[in-house]
Design a protein around this ligand. Sequence first.
Ligand SMILES: N[C@@H](CCC(=O)N[C@@H](CS)C(=O)NCC(=O)O)C(=O)O
Length: 274
Amino acid sequence: MRCRVACCAAAIEPAKPGHLALTIHKQKDRKTMLLFYSPFHRFVHKVLVAIHETGLGDDVELVPTFPFRNADGEWVEGQYDISMLNPLGKVPTLTADDGTVLYQSQVIVEYLDSISKANKLYPAGGPERFDALRRLGLGDSIFDFAVQMSMEGWRDEGARRLDLYTWLWPKITRSFDFLEEECDGWSDFDIGDVGLLQGISYLDGMATGNDSLPENPCHDWQGRWPKLAAWFQLSLQRPSVQVHYQKPFEGDASAQFHRSKVEQALALAVRSGA
Ligand SMILES: N[C@@H](CCC(=O)N[C@@H](CS)C(=O)NCC(=O)O)C(=O)O
């Protein structure tokens, strides 16, 4: 059973006559959702692309959240805690305007699509839908593998587990072989493409020219898989990508701002419970 742990007073108080128009106007101007995410724009963020493709750019406030290191590379673990909202303590985490807290990017993008004001990213049904979901799963796995390898690189060189790399790289190169075959026929842009863009762009930022990565077969991935690279370069031009990709985050990224937004989210939070 779902229970509301706290409510926004303004949402439950009956509007006074004469105040109604003002209330409605204020609510329209306000960003009503909060997205806790890591503002590293060296890769394409699936959730940011979905926000813009679905026409929700004016409805979502971005809250920079650093699970490990901040933009200056300093360890800030714990200062940007979101575990009261998401027990996994992971970004991205979204609070919707009714206070519902959603986490795992796959869940967030599907929610955004369900309330879309513009494009739908999920094909309605049939083979197209399941093909999009398959590519989303592939992109998310490539992303997870690349993150795993990147985090392994935080260990001292001698302490890195080489078998992790020899286990993960073939999964990535086989995926790229499959995608090189498939991508010729791609024209529409759906949630599968968004997932692939996130995974490939993270791998691109981590692997390109980086020969210090053990067993790296992807240092020149764009030369090895040219059709996939052409699709990647074209997709990067989409406005929903350009709005953030490779652009520094310019808002408030302080721990104080973050705390104030966690408190705001908690005041509205709805979570599952007895
Ligand atoms: N499968 C998850 C992955 C999210 C994820 O791994 N987030 C990392 C940053 S890239 C994180 O927040 N890690 C913090 C932690 O593990 O404590 C999703 O797609 O949302």
